[in-house]
Design a protein around this ligand. Structure first.
Ligand SMILES: C[S@@+](CC[C@H](N)C(=O)[O-])C[C@H]1O[C@@H](n2cnc3c(N)ncnc32)[C@H](O)[C@@H]1O
Length: 282
């Protein structure tokens, strides 16, 4: 199955470069994903807060946090993404609100003192890339939040991936399933966390996929109370008619409205690309 390979993840995001910024604006699905993540984050952020953006990528959420009045510490495994984040924050005229920039792995946040942030954002899947190391990474993310502070986390949805089987060109995937997803001997007893198989071309990087309840359980066991949960983006993730939808302004607007209205509906909790958990440290 293969263990977490930090160097492979770093290399991928170094090469991915600017495309990581474009991911959240390139199509309706990306736009919905971004809008939902923002919706969940906004109520947590108060002016003057010190927030760690862990796995900050090119800094989209860091800019939002600063605009909401926070001071932000940028952290990422990829030096290229960190450089992009610094550049984007600078271009937005906000660099005076950045407390630091750190090339770190969320598996070891030893560079930061315990309880040193009012909030930690880890959006977009860094936790999933840590694979079997995810419990340790989660413990680190929680450690650096002060008691009463918030954790805003998102990770890849297991059932979101399985539901794509209905819309992708899938026979090849199914024929070679053991090369892509490790569903174990008895898929009727699927665990709450499933690893993609190292080397599968179906996934841009090997990762851990989570069931919503399982992820919430992990966050709770790591010392947090769950405040809110959501899924991004329950309706447009894998939508077959994405391009057709995007061509109609009215259709696009309705889809985005529905996504925002339904993202916290527990009946959709296991769909979509990312599972989002907002939690408060006990
Ligand atoms: C999909 S991007 C998300 C970026 C940004 N948070 C967003 O949502 O737009 C994932 C980011 O996490 C970083 N990353 C992946 N694994 C990480 C790890 N173990 N520690 C720190 N950063 C990591 C990657 O380099 C990349 O910049």
């Amino acid at each position: 199955m293969g263990a977490y390979d930090q160097e492979s993840v770093r290399r991928f995001f170094d090469r991915f470069g600017q495309r990581e910024w474009e991911r959240l604006e390139r199509d309706v699905a990306g736009q919905a994903n971004y809008a939902i993540h923002r919706k969940l984050l906004a109520p947590e952020v108060q002016p003057g807060m010190r927030i760690l953006d862990a796995g900050c990528g090119p800094g989209r959420y860091a800019i939002d946090l600063i605009r909401a009045g926070a001071r932000v510490t940028l952290a990422d495994l990829s030096p290229v993404q960190l450089e992009l984040a610094a550049g984007n924050v600078r271009d937005a005229g906000l660099e005076g609100h950045v407390d630091g920039r750190h090339e770190v792995d969320i598996c070891d946040l030893g560079v930061f003192a315990t309880a040193s942030f009012d909030g930690v954002v880890c959006y977009g899947g860094a936790l999933s890339y840590t694979r079997e190391r995810h419990p340790g990474a989660l413990a680190e993310l929680v450690r650096v939040v002060r008691p009463g502070g918030f954790l805003a986390l998102s990770a890849m949805s297991l059932y979101g991936i399985l539901l794509l089987l209905g819309v992708l060109d899938i026979p090849g995937f199914l024929e070679t399933m053991p090369h892509h997803l490790d569903l174990g001997d008895d898929p009727s007893a699927l665990p709450g966390c499933v690893m993609t198989v190292q080397g599968s071309p179906e996934f841009h990087q090997p990762m851990a996929l989570f069931a919503a309840q399982h992820l919430q359980g992990l966050v709770s066991a790591a010392g947090c109370d769950i405040v809110r949960t959501a899924v991004a983006n329950p309706l447009s993730w894998g939508l077959v008619a994405l391009e057709k939808t995007a061509a109609s302004a009215a259709a696009r607007e309705t889809l985005l409205e529905l996504e925002l209205a339904l993202c916290e509906d527990p009946r959709l909790a296991d769909r979509g690309d990312h599972l989002i958990v907002i939690a408060r440290k006990r």
